[in-house]
Design a protein around this ligand. Structure first.
Ligand SMILES: [Zn+2]
Length: 190
């Protein structure tokens, strides 16, 4: 879009420039900067001189890609938030968040202490476990936490309301409590 001078005024020159821009991108040359034109302006990388490329307006929420591990192999996985700064593989996170909302309606908070773990985090936990200073931790590369599939939920033990609620309801969201002795550890099986 050719703008002679950035005066902040939408004058005749701007109208002409907008129409030219809309014609170039087949946006319908009505001279009105609606959402389509605005998004195109922000994302086409051909902004007027002095205008930096900005993030698109109302970009669809997307998870980020991280390096996870499944059965000892590195794998790119897309993750999404489950609250508290923790993430899980996007499909597991979506189900977890639905379960969390249902739990909340029953007056129960599902707070996650640990979910997706990087290789460095798993190595550190494994070293602590081997040294007798931590909970059971799988060999680095082989934890379901590294695939973004497991969440450690602050349940408060097998007798707690939280554990009992999850024991009754988690299966419907694809989650199972799959490590004996760890009421907090829930894995997404889909
Ligand atoms: Zn766990």
């Amino acid at each position: 879009m050719a703008v002679g001078r950035a005066d902040g005024v939408f004058g005749k020159g701007t109208l002409k420039a907008v129409k030219q821009y809309q014609t170039r991108y087949r946006l319908g040359a009505d001279g009105v900067v609606g959402p389509k034109t605005w998004n195109k302006l922000l994302t086409d990388g051909k902004n007027p001189p002095g205008v930096k490329k900005a993030a698109p307006v109302a970009a669809a929420p997307r998870g980020s890609l991280v390096t996870g591990y499944v059965n000892g192999r590195a794998k790119k996985i897309r993750v999404a938030s489950v609250g508290g700064g923790k993430v899980m593989r996007a499909d597991a996170a979506a189900k977890f968040n639905k379960m969390k909302a249902a739990a909340r309606r029953a007056g129960i908070s599902l707070n996650v202490n640990s979910a997706f773990r990087t290789m460095a985090q798993q190595r550190s936990l494994y070293a602590a476990y081997k040294a007798g200073r931590g909970n059971l931790a799988a060999r680095p590369g082989y934890s379901n936490h590294q695939g973004g599939l497991s969440a450690d939920v602050a349940t408060g033990g097998y007798g707690s309301r939280t554990y009992k609620w999850m024991a009754r309801n988690a299966r419907a969201y694809g989650f199972v409590n799959d490590v004996r002795g760890e009421p907090w550890h829930w894995t997404f099986r889909g």
